[in-house]
Design a protein around this ligand. Structure first.
Ligand code: PRT
Ligand code: ZN
Length: 283
């Protein structure tokens, strides 16, 4: 049985449970238990504070965990990052009062910076050869400059609105972060095999999210050009239409270059383009 730790409440909780669900793993956490065994996959889920997950995985109390990279690298426990999960995206940044004339990292010299990410901040300052005072606080970091507790802060940012409402501006980005699946170094062979199965399912879910299935009609004399922008998983499927001189082309396209491809397809004479979501994609 693979023991996997996820956040018990907070920003990663819903996404983590949803990802497991999309992987076909059903868990009942109706009355907010501490742990729960899946009905249909050899997994037991532990619900923990995100800060504790790397330690539990390092100690082998849990075999794997879902947690933000910010926590993984701050806690600096020896665990393996198995896969990036594409949610919980944010960045760890240094922010300064918006009226400060900030030009470079040297402007942080001798400032007092409030953070709960002391290790990541210290590493960054060392790398940049800047000497500043780190003031550790555990919550509401963004109010520290306003109440005279610090000159600057180092905290997670996603939309930037928290910084804005507290009269701060982003000065340096220290780390880009998203939720990741981690595993312990001493995982048993049996649990490692279950983890491999889980990873395959996660990759299938992620690939499906990043890709769309596309169907279109194309004049036969344009098929070469159209096929060249639609590589698909191997190559596009091309079947003749009942109407002479036309074919139906089907393929898979990546979300990131989706609009570029659509524009090219239209310019090559494609018609009746249909785009549908993919449920799972096994490569
Ligand atoms: O109780 P527990 O310790 O488990 O939870 P927590 O309160 O420590 O963490 P939680 O639930 O707030 O966040 C869990 C994880 O979500 C973090 O470790 C990050 O990996 C990820 N994440 C993604 C974020 C954000 N985005 C985020 N915006 N975590 C926190 N924030 C906070 C940030 O600290 C700041 O206060 O949101 C504010 C900034 O947001 P914007 O949108 O105003 O910029
Ligand atoms: Zn936390």
């Amino acid at each position: 049985m693979l023991k996997i730790a996820i956040q018990k409440s907070g920003r990663l909780y819903e996404h983590s449970l949803h990802l497991l669900q999309e992987c076909g793993i059903e868990i009942n956490n109706g009355n907010r238990q501490l742990k729960s065994v899946a009905f249909n996959f050899p997994v037991e889920v532990y619900f923990l504070r995100d800060d504790d997950i790397p330690q539990y995985v390092y100690d082998g109390v849990a075999d794997a965990g879902i947690v933000g990279e910010n926590i993984v690298y701050e806690k600096n426990k020896e665990v393996d990052v198995v896969s990036k999960l594409g949610f919980g995206r944010c960045r760890l940044s240094i922010a300064v009062p918006k009226n400060m004339n900030y030009t470079s990292v040297d402007d942080l010299k001798d400032l007092k910076i409030a953070t709960s990410y002391t290790n990541l901040l210290q590493n960054f300052l060392n790398k940049k050869n800047v000497n500043a005072e780190i003031h550790e606080i555990s919550g509401s970091v963004e109010i520290a400059p306003g109440i005279g507790l610090a000159d600057a802060i180092c905290d997670l940012v996603s939309s930037g609105s928290t910084l804005f409402t507290n009269g701060l501006k982003e000065a340096e980005v220290i780390l880009q972060s998203e939720a990741v699946l981690i595993s312990g170094k001493n995982i048993s062979a049996e649990n490692n095999a279950i983890l491999d199965k889980l990873r395959l399912r996660i990759n299938a879910v992620k690939a499906a999210k990043n890709n769309k299935y596309i169907m279109l009609n194309a004049p036969n004399n344009q098929l070469k050009k159209i096929a060249s922008v639609l590589p698909g998983m191997k190559s596009p499927t091309i079947v003749p239409l009942a109407e002479e001189g036309w074919s139906s082309v089907q393929s898979v396209v990546n979300e990131s270059d989706f609009w570029d491809i659509i524009e090219k397809l239209k310019s090559y004479g494609a018609e009746g383009i249909l785009v549908v979501p993919i449920e799972k994609m096994i490569l």
